[in-house]
Design a protein around this ligand. Structure first.
Ligand SMILES: C[S@@+](CC[C@H](N)C(=O)[O-])C[C@H]1O[C@@H](n2cnc3c(N)ncnc32)[C@H](O)[C@@H]1O
Length: 178
């Protein structure tokens, strides 16, 4: 579809065929570089949204092995192929192990002393992005396992962003695509 832009430049929205041609034919394998970790999820829909962002930026998703999570991922995942999902039995233990092997553990949270999103550089190495529970945020016992925290500044009346929106913004920044 073509439309005349104010400056007189024609804008052509990419067609589905253009987009298909520009995309991978298969899902990326596990790059083990960026891992979005909503480890205390409440709403399944947010997991599906995060999975799509992970596919878009070449990240993996780490989720807790809770009985309802596989079905929530199946329902929320509108991608045609399998994405990279890491299953976590014990979130704090998993974070401690990742940290011990040299992975940076970056919390996404509204926290004092947090780095502002605009100042967050592209991830220099393997990074786990910890996202909090939709109502209570990152649990206190996990806060001690974070190397750093990033905050997305807000000027509206809402207390916080949707967790999938917050995770997606940070993933794009870490991937150097945003
Ligand atoms: C809806 S918020 C949780 C609410 C809030 N932390 C609390 O305890 O009331 C869910 C998660 O989204 C992420 N989040 C939402 N807004 C954010 C922001 N502006 N900056 C950083 N993280 C945010 C955090 O991971 C947070 O734990």
């Amino acid at each position: 579809m073509s439309q005349e832009a104010p400056a007189g430049r024609a804008i052509r929205v990419r067609s589905r065929r253009d987009l298909r041609a520009a995309r991978r034919r298969r899902a990326h394998r596990c790059w083990d570089h960026l891992i979005a970790a909503p480890l205390w999820p409440l709403h399944g829909a947010n997991l599906g949204t995060l999975l799509r962002t992970c596919d878009a930026v070449g990240a993996c998703l780490a989720v807790p092995r809770l009985p309802w999570v596989p079905e929530a991922l199946r329902r929320g995942n509108t991608l045609r192929s399998e994405s990279c999902v890491h299953w976590v039995n014990d979130p704090c233990r998993w974070l401690a192990e990742r940290r011990a092997e040299g992975t940076r553990i970056l919390g996404v949270e509204l926290a004092e002393g947090a780095v502002r999103l605009a100042d967050l550089p592209m991830a220099p190495g393997r990074t786990v992005l910890v996202l909090g529970h939709e109502q209570s945020g990152i649990p206190p016992e996990a806060l001690d396992l974070l190397d750093e925290v990033v905050e997305i500044p807000m000027i509206g009346t809402g207390a916080s962003l949707n967790v999938a929106v917050a995770g997606s913004l940070v993933l794009y920044k870490l991937a150097g695509m945003g």
